[in-house]
Design a protein around this ligand. Structure first.
Ligand code: ATP
Length: 255
């Protein structure tokens, strides 16, 4: 599904990512973990086209996407969420989901202005799909509320719902559990697993190690921009390099 080959990114004198290579197979849940500043979000930004690598290559579904802009990568089937929520607070919950469809459906402004029959058909399909997504993320009964009035945990699910509207093959989730309580995090983990069972490959950056260990098939560990380990949860938990760089820190002492 995704292949990073010797990927590097420098910001001035800082090597945010240094010669990182890994594969994420189709239909898996892969997690990227590591201490603050390890380069995790930079890798997400490189993969989704928000940043250009200094060196190296990225393939998505066998295609070279290294220098592709974000909208082209998204159109190939890659959606993402952000560490800092990016929902439209003044729009309703339903409208937020509908904004996610614009890449999937070809409805153009001009056509919409002329109100051609195709537009009406597309709108009906989009609304039906939006309702299905809202049911999936448990927000159907809140569809007419302003997104800014949702509790924080629901806003996180709404962002995932909007990413689902783009019918992704690969979904990047950047710290989806940040700010959630234990109950909300458990629900989130279940939803991520259900999404994966629908055939969507998941790539997640997350500091909540309980969640990561529960849902991941594969974990990649970064430290100071370099990959220091990759493997199944048990091997990562027992890896002395990972324990000393990250898991053994106060932050994750419980794992
Ligand atoms: P966190 O867990 O805190 O989100 P992270 O692993 O996602 O951290 P990054 O945000 O990718 O880490 O940052 C990696 C390094 O690159 C850090 O030293 C950061 O300060 C630096 N960095 C990231 N983006 C930029 C930028 N746009 N300009 C300059 N330096 C940057």
């Amino acid at each position: 599904m995704l292949k990073l080959d010797q990927l590097s990114k420098r910001f001035g004198g800082i090597a945010a990512v240094e010669r990182v290579s890994f594969l994420i197979p189709k239909k898996k849940i892969a997690a990227l973990i590591g201490p603050n500043g390890a380069g995790k979000t930079t890798i997400f930004n490189l993969v989704s086209g928000l940043e250009r690598p200094s060196k190296g290559r990225i393939e998505f579904l066998g295609q070279d996407i290294t220098d592709q802009p974000p909208h082209k990568i998204a159109a190939l089937g890659l959606s993402r969420t952000f560490q800092n929520l990016q929902i439209f607070g003044e729009l309703s919950v339903l409208e937020n989901i509908l904004t996610g469809f614009h890449l999937k459906y070809r409805c153009r402004f001009l056509k919409a202005g002329l109100w051609l029959p195709a537009v009406g058909r597309e709108e009906i399909i989009m609304k039906r799909k939006a309702h299905e997504i809202l049911e999936f993320v448990n927000l159907l009964d809140k569809k007419d509320l302003s997104a800014s009035n949702l509790p924080y945990g629901d806003q996180r699910l709404l962002e995932i719902g909007r990413a689902m509207a783009m019918a992704p093959k690969l979904l990047l989730l950047d710290e989806p559990a940040a700010g959630l309580n234990n109950h909300e995090t458990r629900l989130l983990g279940t939803k991520i697993k259900e999404l994966n069972q629908l055939g969507i490959t998941i790539f997640i950056v997350e500091h909540d190690m309980k969640l990561v260990m529960r849902i991941s098939d594969e974990i990649i560990v970064l430290n100071h921009g370099q990959k220091i380990a990759q493997g199944i949860p048990k091997s990562i938990r027992d890896d002395p390099h990972v324990v000393s760089a990250y898991l053994g820190t106060k932050h994750n002492a419980a794992v």
